[in-house]
Design a protein around this ligand. Structure first.
Ligand code: GLN
Length: 280
């Protein structure tokens, strides 16, 4: 039986949700024909070559198995940059752009050079988005995972930010010199509780569990970061951390216990409390 290899019939017969099929087929068109996504519509009668058809089938099968689109494509847009992503790092989430915007707001209120710290940088998302949008900043980004730092370093190279962003390996502040001082500390640490059923569902199954959960009550990394921040913040410096939708009260309490002032709760685009900031 001959298979109809037109774009239109591939899309209409795919087992994937239409938006996902379009993303993956657009990727095949880009890779095999250097065609833009608009070709899905403007050339919907185009026939794929057998090589491109095999590529499509392979991508479709991976997605049907549940692999996240970002790992299949090897990239993910975040804030104003595009990042390489691979299974060693968390896929950057839109809600994490909130931390970038908090940092950029702080930077725009302060003259001169600003030193930023991103703890648990993963793909480098927060560090690189801030550095890219604020050339007057210098950013130190840490991660305990050498695999994550390798990906973050590739991202810094492809964004030409290697001068502005420095990577350090180690667990939270242990990655730093004890004398290091920053104007802004940012972190999106693992905050999912060990028992959360979401860990074994959807995209999360494919992401590094150490980037998602603290294997405890969800608050232990946030506590480690907040309780030691004072030592690494300049007077008047700001700390902002991301947290789970139901952790805001607990994080505010951690900020209070650590002696921070001007504690603020920030909402993400879906209206969930998603980050807390405090000032030294
Ligand atoms: N900082 C990275 C991000 O926000 C990684 C976070 C993590 O691995 N928990 O995407």
């Amino acid at each position: 039986m001959s298979v109809d290899r037109s774009l239109r019939s591939i899309l209409s017969s795919s087992a994937l949700p239409p938006n996902e099929a379009r993303i993956l087929l657009a990727h095949v068109l880009e890779q095999h024909y250097q065609l833009p996504r608009s070709a899905l519509l403007s050339r919907d009668d185009m026939l794929l070559s057998s090589v491109a058809m095999d590529a499509w089938k392979a991508l479709e099968a991976r997605r049907i198995e549940g692999e996240p689109i970002a790992y299949i494509l090897g990239k993910k847009g975040f804030h104003n940059i595009e990042l390489l992503v691979a299974p060693g790092v968390l896929i950057p989430r839109p809600e994490t752009e909130l931390l970038v915007d908090i940092a950029l707001g702080e930077i725009s209120n302060r003259p001169g050079h600003i030193k930023i710290l991103d703890l648990g940088t993963g793909s480098g998302a927060i560090a690189l988005a801030v550095a890219s949008a604020a050339p007057q900043s210098s950013v130190t980004a840490t991660d305990q995972s050498p695999d994550a730092l390798a990906i973050a370093t590739l991202n810094a190279q492809s964004l030409s930010l290697t001068e502005q962003v420095q990577f350090r390996q180690g667990s939270w502040y242990q990655a730093l010199d004890s004398q290091a001082l920053f104007d802004v500390i940012l972190s999106n640490p693992p905050y999912i509780t060990a028992q959360d059923p979401h860990l074994s569902q959807g995209d999360l199954r494919f992401e590094p569990s150490s980037a998602l959960t603290d294997y405890g009550n969800g608050l232990s990394c946030l506590e480690a970061i907040i309780s030691q921040a004072d030592q690494y913040l300049k007077p008047g410096g700001l700390i902002a951390v991301e947290h789970g939708f139901d952790q805001s009260d607990a994080v505010v309490q951690l900020m209070n216990s650590a002696g921070f002032n001007d504690i603020e709760v920030h909402l993400d685009l879906s209206g969930h409390t998603r980050a807390v900031s405090g000032r030294k």
